[in-house]
Design a protein around this ligand. Structure first.
Ligand code: UGA
Length: 463
């Protein structure tokens, strides 16, 4: 098999990872059959409507469905029988103890295995979901062999292939990967996946590693833990900068990053990392290490620094205003990063929880994430219809997400709308160059830049 029209791919789990892969592979000419246990999701996709706000999925899904390049089905048998590769893209959410819940992976494997029992031709199963080290070999392989009654390497192939996509640029990340990692249980499965990828990427593959599944599983966790470490590292430097006159974390990060061994990317200080991947994978890595009898002090410190960074934002407000009960705080930005509507493990939500614990009145605004925020914040906050409505009559504005809209804020309008003195806490330093020097009426505090040694009198008077 060596051309795209002969590949037929089924994707089990049409969430972020599954749908983004469906769109990316379909754009390259592969026929896709999508399966999900959520019927509502299937119905939406069948109409060409994306259940996620991922830009390129929203842009291409309707056309790909209309032209039959992506089909969806509620029938898992049809999904397996009509394709030669099945990608498993279901969620592995964290359990109470931080370990990954594998129930959706096991259920997908059981469904596929049951159909494979009666399938004649070779079928490849690829686990894309993030799973802890040894899962593919010790959990997925025995289950698949048991349910299908077949031997891996003969009639069925099995690989783990981690995904490295970022929300907001998921489809582009799949189409232009920095690397591909194949964790192959059997060589035949690895060969088939390798050939499929050669066809998808038209012979131009990025660096590709074929290795034992455990290494591929570790590469995924280790990469996310390393990224998390960079953020916690620069946030620690930011705390130091806040205590040193004239220091500026962005200058320090840039200077560090010019050393090619360090690099300038992914060194932006802020309110702490969030999202579904970094915190979850870090916790899973801690649990896995502990279960093996190893105390992963570095991973724990990365996590603790992050939690402390989120609390630090609220501690700054407390340092300024003392008792926060009945103060009005405006939160600009709820998504865990700009460009998306995802609020899972968002620092903004945690900051809001801390403020609410202190009986603060919280107003919120986000260009995209209001709907999702309502599902967790319920009626505990005031949902402002615009950025300016949000800051109106507030004691403090906290910028949590670096949306472009916030960068364009008109300072004079802000001055006229907020209570005096004006206090802005900018966790991403997006207004850095716009704000007048802090004076008696205007106090601008940026994460990673010196905190005021002495508070202006008007703020002292407010306490
Ligand atoms: C992350 C990884 O970047 C992807 O490589 C990985 O594939 C993905 O997780 C996953 O495991 O599926 P994502 O969660 O979409 O992607 O978001 P990032 O862009 O990595 O941002 C994560 C968090 O770190 C955000 O809250 C962001 O604001 C924060 N961050 C990131 C910083 O505070 N500073 C930085 O320099 C970079």
């Amino acid at each position: 098999m060596n051309n795209l029209s002969t590949w037929k791919v089924s994707i089990f789990g049409l969430g972020y990872v599954g749908l983004s892969h469906a769109v990316a592979y379909a754009l390259r000419g592969t026929k896709i059959v999508g399966f999900d246990v959520d019927r509502k999701k299937i119905e939406l996709i069948r109409k060409g409507i994306s259940p996620i706000k991922e830009p390129d999925v929203v842009k291409h899904l309707e056309n790909l469905v209309k032209t039959g390049k992506i089909k969806v089905t509620e029938d898992h048998k049809d999904a397996v029988l009509s394709t030669n590769i099945s990608f498993i893209c279901v969620n592995t959410p964290p359990l109470q103890d931080g370990s990954a819940d594998l129930s959706q992976v096991k259920s997908a494997i059981s469904m596929i295995g049951e159909v494979l029992r009666n399938k004649e031709e070779f079928h490849l199963v690829v686990v894309n979901s993030t799973v802890p080290p040894t899962t593919t070999e010790n959990v997925v392989k025995p289950l698949l062999e048991d349910v299908s009654g077949k031997k891996i390497g003969e009639d069925v192939g099995l690989c783990f292939m981690p995904e490295f996509l970022r929300e907001g640029s998921a489809v582009q990340d799949i189409l232009n990967p920095w690397r591909i990692v194949i964790g192959e249980v059997d060589k035949k499965g690895g060969d088939v996946l390798h050939q499929f990828l050669l066809d998808v990427y038209r012979g131009k593959l990025p660096p590709l590693i074929r290795t034992a599944p455990v290494n591929a599983e570790l590469i995924k966790y280790a990469s996310n833990a390393f990224l998390a470490m960079r953020v916690s590292f620069i946030n620690t430097i930011a705390r130091l900068c806040e205590l040193l006159p004239k220091a500026n974390v962005d200058v320090v990060a840039y200077g560090m990053g010019l050393d090619p061994r360090i690099g300038t990317r992914y060194l932006k200080a802020g309110p702490g990392f969030g999202g579904i991947c970094l915190p979850k994978d870090l916790r899973a890595l801690i649990t896995v290490s502990e279960k093996l009898g190893f105390d992963p002090i570095l991973f724990k410190a990365i996590y603790e620094v992050n939690e402390a960074q989120i609390r630090h934002v609220v501690e700054i407000v407390e340092m300024l205003l003392g008792d926060l009960s009945d103060r009005v705080v405006a939160i600009l930005g709820l998504a865990f990063k700009a460009g998306i509507d995802d609020i899972r493990e968002s620092p903004a939500i945690k900051i809001i929880d801390y403020l609410l614990e202190r009986n603060t009145k919280v107003k919120v605004y986000d260009p995209l994430a209001m709907k999702n925020a309502k599902t967790v914040l319920k009626d505990r906050v005031f949902y402002a219809p615009s950025m300016y409505e949000c800051i109106k009559d507030s004691d403090v504005v906290i910028i949590v997400t670096d949306w472009d809209e916030f960068k364009k804020i008109e300072i004079e309008k802000l001055r006229s709308l907020m209570k005096k003195p004006i206090i802005i806490i900018d966790t991403r330093r997006i207004l850095d160059n716009k704000i007048p020097e802090s004076d008696g009426e205007f106090l601008y505090i940026a994460i990673g830049k010196p905190l005021p040694l002495k508070l202006p009198k008007r703020i002292e008077d407010m306490r």
